[in-house]
Design a protein around this ligand. Structure first.
Ligand code: C2O
Ligand code: CU
Length: 561
């Protein structure tokens, strides 16, 4: 295995990914941030200098478990202090499993300023994928894009009255898009010459030309599709083509075919695409918002059949996704995932059960999200250091409730009616769930309504430091007597991010076998920002030595440790 070294300088950059100039946070002057290519078993050494004059930062390596190096997970105030302006910090960790992963800023809403990229880990020589393709790999990173700066977004979210960030202006594909371009070609088709000028590949500003995916007729490609969207769940579709899904979040699954793929914030998929359609034309790749009333145009890219020109626009209208609120269809697609035979199977039983209810609440006049009535606020001291050095004043010593406090059967999950979040009394906190090393833990994530009557949203939950088995999804309220009977204990997929669908629940199982302190949160940036997350600590007697570069804030100031 190799040691890959990177020298990164993080600074502001005037970029115009959609032809509208906006300041972004860029790495080495590049937007989108550079893609990292590594091989399973490699060690990444990323030396990062913060050139932002007024902001701290941290970078999270999403999907990499960081076994033995929890202090380089990159979540600010959980495993490290933010890297101050002018400071240099070196991340060093092993990428222990092949797959499509990401990295992104993990301080407040920094990810939404463009501070994100792909981390692609390939198999080492001698290992082969359980599927074949002859065309090569294509990286397709999806994201949503706002013209409003995160500073304004953060201010609105923390104001009375609450101002939501709203829907994104557009969806970017591999960092490409064009604002205010009428993408909806007339139904029934049009010719390249009558197509909107904004989509021409030789447009005046090539910086905002559409992303082009060139293919040789007859060949099969692996697309590594990931989403870095801050709010939107998206649906990915290639006109006239079917996609064979072969991996999710870096783990192989039993392949299945779809004609459109739901991708929730910060999930990744490997899909096979065979260029087997009429090669005399090109085809649209379309990305649509899923699960929220669309107010964002379809993001478009071009599947170019070589040797056609990339300027040959497809003769058809922009592809539509499924109806935005057809959640049954989303759940049905989510249920198609099962682990590839022979992979790590889930433990048959669990030793610990948590029921987590997410509610939107008004706390002291502020609109927040809460988990079992606790709305998360960061601790000024990184929690990992607090556990290591026993800095018990750093955070709330009462762990968050194991089940919603309003439901009190302590033997099993109690069944309950969908609560009205208006009547739950939430408060701010930063307590931590503590698990014994090696313990098997089940978590049921129960969705509810938002403060808007009869409205419920998608929440993609991500666990740092772990994969978890997705045991099942259900509609309505989780029922401890019957819902567990529907669990898939035979071949549940192993994921790191799972969508909780509106008015439903999802059950996951994980093994607490990675000593460290790990965030577990909704990956919708404006939800996390107002408290939709919690933290798990495990194996706290086995925490490794913590490098001093991760310390220095809160109670870890040099005078106190
Ligand atoms: Cu990719 Cu804590 O997140
Ligand atoms: Cu959420």
């Amino acid at each position: 295995a190799a040691v890959l070294e990177y020298d990164w300088e993080v600074g502001y950059l005037a970029a115009a990914p959609d032809c509208v100039e906006k300041m972004v946070i860029a790495i080495n002057g590049q937007f989108p941030s550079p893609t990292i290519h590594a091989v399973e078993g490699d060690t990444l050494v990323v030396k990062l200098k913060n050139n932002l004059p007024t902001e701290g930062l941290s970078i999270h390596w999403h999907g990499i478990r960081k076994r033995g190096t929890p202090f380089y997970d990159g979540s600010a105030f959980v495993c490290q202090c933010p890297i101050n302006p002018g400071e240099t910090f070196t991340y060093k960790f092993v990428v222990d499993r092949a797959g499509t992963y990401f990295y992104h800023g993990h301080l407040a809403m920094q990810r939404a300023t463009g501070l994100f990229g792909s981390l692609i880990v390939s198999l080492p020589p001698g290992k082969t994928e359980p599927f074949s393709y002859d065309g090569g790999d294509v990286n397709v990173l999806l994201s949503d894009w706002y013209h409003k700066y995160i500073y304004q977004q953060e201010q609105g979210l923390s104001s009375i009255p609450f101002q939501f960030v709203g829907e994104p202006q557009l969806l970017l594909i591999q960092g490409c898009g064009k604002y205010n371009c009428s993408l909806d070609l007339p139904p029934g088709g049009s010719t390249a010459s009558s197509s909107p000028d904004c989509l021409q590949c030789n447009a005046t500003n090539p910086a905002c030309a559409p992303f082009v995916l060139p293919v040789q007729p007859g060949k099969t490609y692996r697309l590594c599709i990931g989403s870095m969207a801050t709010l939107s769940s998206v649906n990915f579709k290639i006109e006239n083509h079917i996609l064979t899904v072969v991996a999710a979040d870096g783990r192989y699954i039993e392949p299945f075919v779809v004609d459109n793929l739901d991708v929730y914030s910060e999930q990744s998929y490997s899909v096979l695409l065979t260029a087997n359609q009429d090669p005399t034309q090109n085809y649209w790749v379309g990305v649509n918002v899923r699960g929220r009333k669309p107010a964002t145009p379809t993001g478009l890219a071009i599947l170019q059949y070589l040797p056609n020109s990339e300027c040959l626009l497809p003769p058809t209208p922009a592809p539509m996704g499924p109806v935005w609120n057809d959640f049954a269809e989303s759940v049905a697609q989510a249920q198609k995932y099962s682990a590839k035979k022979g992979l790590e199977s889930a433990p048959r039983t669990t030793s610990h059960k948590l029921l987590i209810l997410m509610t939107q609440n008004i706390i002291n006049g502020y609109t927040r999200w809460a988990v079992n009535n606790i709305s998360q606020v960061p601790s000024a001291t990184p929690l990992l250091a607090a556990f290591k050095f026993k800095l018990w004043n750093a955070f709330n010593q009462t762990p968050p409730p194991q089940r919603p406090p309003q439901y009190t059967n302590n033997k099993h999950f109690d069944s309950f009616a969908t609560p009205n979040p208006n009547t739950t009394h939430a408060s701010l906190g930063n307590g931590v769930y503590v698990s014994k090393l090696g313990e098997v833990v089940d978590i049921v994530l129960q969705n509810t309504n938002t403060l808007v009557p009869n409205n419920s949203e998608i929440h993609p939950w991500h666990f740092h430091g772990h994969n978890f088995w997705v045991l099942g999804y259900g509609e309505g309220v989780f029922d401890p007597r019957n819902s567990t009977k529907t669990y898939n204990l035979v071949n549940p997929p192993l994921r790191n991010t799972v969508a909780v669908f509106p008015h439903g629940w999802v059950a996951i199982r994980f093994i607490a076998d990675n000593p460290g302190v790990w965030p577990f949160h909704c990956h919708v940036e404006p939800h996390l920002f107002v408290g939709m997350g919690t933290v798990f600590a495990e194996g706290i007697h086995k925490l490794p030595h913590i490098p001093s570069q991760t310390l220095g804030c809160g109670l870890t100031k040099p005078t106190s440790w």
